[in-house]
Ligand binder design. Structure first.
Ligand code: MF3
Ligand code: CO
Length: 265
C-alpha cells in the first residue's frame, strides 16, 4: 500500500487528537502508583476517552482486548493489562491510542514506580532522549535510515539493546500505515521523507539483549533474557518547517524546532 500523505487540514485534526491523547496520558502516568492495578488504568482511560468523546483505537484491533497496553519490567510492548498491582521498583510502559474525527494518535511513555537503581533511570531517560533524537531527523529529504541510525547510535553508545523485531509506523486514518519506521538503520539509506508524512516513532530499549519473545497470549512481547525494557512513542508530522510533534500538550519542545531556525536572545 502506498504512503498516505496528509494535508495541512488533516494534520490540524491529528494535532487535536494528539493533544487529547497527551492530556489523557498525563492523567494515566500520574496514576501509576504502588498498589494500583493495571486494569484500573485501563478503566481510567476508557472513562477519560468517553468524557472526551474519542474512540479507543486499540480495543478490538486485531482482537486486542483492552484500551491500553501496560508493559511492566521485562515486558516490552503490547502487554494486556492484568489484575497485578504496581510495586516499588517496577518499570511501567503505558501505550495508548485514540481516534478523533477519523484520525488516530498513538503515544507511549515509561515511568519508574518509586526508587529504581541509577542504571534503570538511565534506561528510561535514554529511551526518551533517543525518541527526541529520532524526531530531529524527521525533515523532508532526509532518509528513513537517518532516523534509525540516530536512535541506534545514541542507544547503543549507552550499552542498551535496541529492539528490531517491532518498529514504528505511518499513522493516519489507520493506526498502522506505511511506511515502517525502524529504530536502527544506516544513514542515507531507506525511503526519502516527504512533507505530509505522519509517523509514529517508538524506540524500545532493553537493558540487555535486543532479542524478544512472545507470550502464549499472542500479544505480550518480552525481552528474551528477562532484563528490563523501556518504550516511548510520539506521533509526528513531517512539515517543511521541521518535525511537528502531534502527541504533546506542551509548546513544541526544542527537538521539534526546524534545524535552520535561530532563536534570538
Ligand atoms: N503503539 C503500539 C503499536 O503501534 C500500539 C499497539 S496497539 C495494539 O504497535 F492494539 F495492537 F495492542
Ligand atoms: Co505505535
Amino acid at each position: 500500500m502506498a504512503i498516505e500523505l496528509k494535508s495541512e487540514s488533516e494534520i490540524a485534526i491529528m494535532r487535536e487528537a494528539g493533544v487529547i491523547l497527551a492530556d489523557v496520558l498525563d492523567i494515566v502516568m500520574a496514576a501509576v502508583q504502588p498498589g494500583v492495578r493495571e486494569t484500573e488504568l485501563d478503566d481510567l482511560v476508557r472513562e477519560e476517552f468517553k468524557r472526551r468523546d474519542v474512540i479507543p483505537t486499540f480495543l478490538g484491533y486485531n482482537g486486542y482486548p483492552a484500551t491500553i497496553c501496560v508493559s511492566v519490567n521485562d515486558k516490552i510492548v503490547h502487554a494486556i493489562p492484568n489484575r497485578r498491582s504496581f510495586r516499588e521498583g517496577d518499570v511501567a510502559s503505558i501505550d495508548l491510542g485514540l481516534t478523533h474525527r477519523g484520525f488516530v494518535a498513538d503515544c507511549a511513555r515509561t515511568v519508574a514506580v518509586g526508587e529504581v537503581p541509577s542504571r534503570v533511570g538511565l534506561l528510561i531517560r535514554t529511551t526518551e532522549e533517543a525518541l527526541d533524537i529520532g524526531i530531529r531527523e524527521l525533515l523532508p529529504a532526509n532518509h528513513m535510515g537517518d532516523v534509525g541510525a540516530a536512535i541506534q547510535e545514541y542507544s547503543e553508545a549507552r550499552g542498551f539493546g535496541v529492539v528490531r523485531e517491532y518498529v514504528g509506523h505511518g499513522v493516519g486514518r489507520l493506526m498502522h500505515e506505511e511506511p515502517q519506521v525502524p529504530n536502527y538503520g544506516k544513514r542515507g539509506k531507506g525511503l526519502t521523507l516527504r512533507k505530509g508524512m505522519v509517523l509514529a516513532l517508538e524506540p524500545m530499549l532493553n537493558m540487555g539483549t535486543w532479542k524478544t519473545a512472545r507470550d502464549p497470549d499472542g500479544w505480550t512481547v518480552r525481552t528474551a533474557d528477562g532484563a528490563l525494557s523501556a518504550h516511548f512513542e510520539h506521533t509526528v508530522a513531517v512539515t517543511e518547517n521541521g518535525p511537528l510533534v502531534l502527541t504533546t500538550n506542551l509548546a513544541q519542545p526544542a527537538a521539534a524546532r526546524p534545524a535552520n531556525t535561530l532563536v534570538a536572545g
